[in-house]
Design a binder for this molecule. Structure first.
Ligand code: SF4
Length: 226
């Protein structure tokens, strides 16, 4: 007898996000996705016998190279503009510009071997936590000694952190489904260097217009396969 395969998390999320993108803006679909994704992470974490070591104040991973796709960057920019003070925004912009300056002559590979504090990390906390990127949402460790070792030896890319396998698979599948829906609906789904793309999005409204028109959103920020 024919046995119907259960759809994967990636294909379920693809269907849901793609259907929503037919009538809603990517920004709204991202907001819905965040709710589903966070619930999934919570459920899979609760079902696991392993626990995450991640806790407020531990921010080793916020010094590793950050990438995000355009709609996530626009969402973080909106959040920053509507919730932070002018002084905080100035600090973030200065920090992002310093990171870009430091990495501008590095290849992608070299960039991955240096520590750079994410400009959105302030007083050891993420100032855009509710709208942080999929990569940031998915990253976790069962023991932060691997994160610490990577932080202390940034050029040693062989150091791995211990994660919860089921959580890694579920969170990656869900994120991939969302990204595939953006791609199929005709939106830019490149993963950009966060610092440079964030500066562009803050300073140039044309980025959003290019994105809405289905074009490459950022023209100076590099993306992972650039
Ligand atoms: S966006 Fe937030 S969670 Fe992600 S690296 Fe920056 S400070 Fe850390």
């Amino acid at each position: 007898m024919f046995k119907r395969e259960k759809p994967s998390l990636a294909s379920q999320e693809f269907q849901t996000s793609y259907t929503e993108l037919m009538s809603l803006s990517p920004h709204e679909v991202l907001r819905h996705f965040h709710l589903r994704h966070d619930q999934l992470i919570e459920k899979v974490s609760a079902e696991s016998s392993q626990s995450k070591a991640c806790a407020k104040g531990c921010a080793y991973c916020c010094h590793f190279k950050v990438v995000a796709d355009a709609v996530e960057i626009f969402s973080m920019v909106d959040y920053v503009k509507t919730t932070l003070s002018a002084e905080q925004i100035e600090q973030i912009m200065q920090s992002a510009k310093q990171n870009v300056q430091e990495a501008k002559h590095l290849t992608h590979e070299q960039h991955a071997t240096i520590n750079q504090k994410c400009p959105l990390l302030m007083d050891s906390a993420c100032v855009v936590y509710p709208v942080r990127s999929i990569k940031c949402r998915n990253f976790h460790a069962t023991d932060n000694s691997g994160c610490q070792a990577s932080y202390e030896n940034p050029d040693d890319l062989s150091i791995l952190n211990d994660s919860i396998p089921q959580l890694y698979v579920a969170a990656t599948g869900s994120g991939d489904g969302f990204m595939a829906a953006l791609h199929t609906a005709g939106y830019d789904d490149r993963l950009y260097d966060f610092n440079a793309a964030f500066i562009e999005a803050m300073e140039d409204p044309a980025c959003q217009r290019r994105y809405d028109a289905g074009k490459r959103a950022f023209v100076t920020a590099r993306y992972d396969n650039d």
